[in-house]
Design a binder for this molecule. Structure first.
Ligand code: APR
Length: 170
C-alpha cells in the first residue's frame, strides 16, 4: 500500500521525509530549498560533513527543526531520456528505503523526485517511483513502514493517482 498525499512535505509529521537534492547536498531551490528553510541551518552544517551524494544514492541526516526526525537526501537524474535515467530514478527510491531499517524509520514521505527542475516527465517518473517502492515493500514484507508520496500541485497528484490505478490493475 502506498499512500498518496497532497501538500507541503516540510509540514509532514512522520519519522522521515525525503529530499530531492543535488549532488553537492548543499541546498538549492524547489523541495530542497523548502526543506533546508524549514529544518534550519544545522541541516546544512550536517550536510557539509557528508561530502556530496552521487545520483541514485541516498544519505541520511537529522531533521532538526522539522517535525520529521530524519531527512534522507537523494539525488535524482537530470532527465535526458536515457535508460540509465530510469535506473537512477528507481535507485533513488530503493536506496532511500534501504536506510529505513537501520534507523527504525516506520513512516516515510517522498516528494516526486526529478520531476521539477530536473525535468523528468511525470508520466514516466510516477510508474518508476511506485514500482520501486512496491518492489522494496515486497522484499521487506516483514518490516512495518508507512510509505507515502506527497504531491505539491494538482498536476503531480493526478499523475500519481493515475499511476497508482495502473499499478493496482497489474
Ligand atoms: N513539498 C512537497 N513537494 C514539493 C515542495 C514541497 N514543499 N516543493 C517542491 N515540491 C515538488 C515539486 O513540485 C516537484 O513535484 O517536488 C518535486 C521535485 O521538484 P524539485 O524540487 O525541482 O526537485 P528535482 O526535480 O528533483 O530537481 C532537483 O532542484 O531544488 C533543486 O537542489 C535541487 O538541484 C536540485 C534540483
Amino acid at each position: 500500500m502506498i499512500h498518496l498525499l497532497q501538500g507541503d512535505i516540510t509540514k509532514q509529521d512522520c519519522d522521515c521525509i525525503v529530499n530531492a537534492a543535488n549532488s553537492s547536498l548543499l541546498g538549492g531551490g524547489g523541495v530542497d530549498g523548502a526543506i533546508h528553510r524549514a529544518a534550519g541551518p544545522e541541516l546544512l552544517q550536517e550536510c557539509r560533513t557528508l561530502h556530496g551524494c552521487k545520483t541514485g544514492q541516498a544519505k541520511l541526516t537529522k531533521g532538526y527543526q522539522l517535525k520529521a526526525k530524519y531527512v534522507i537526501h537523494t539525488v535524482g537524474p537530470i532527465y535526458e531520456g536515457t535508460r540509465e535515467n530510469a535506473e537512477e530514478l528507481h535507485d533513488c527510491y530503493w536506496n532511500s528505503l534501504s536506510l529505513v531499517r537501520e534507523h527504525q524509520i516506520h513512516s516515510i514521505v517522498f516528494p516526486s523526485i526529478s520531476t521539477g527542475v530536473y525535468g523528468y516527465p511525470l508520466k514516466l517518473a510516477a510508474p518508476i517511483a511506485l514500482s520501486a517502492i512496491k518492489e522494496w515493500q515486497k522484499a521487506n514484507a516483514d518490516y512495518e513502514c508507512t510509505i507515502s508520496m506527497i504531491a505539491y500541485d494538482d498536476h503531480t497528484y493526478e499523475a500519481y493517482q493515475q499511476a497508482l490505478r495502473e499499478q493496482e490493475k497489474n
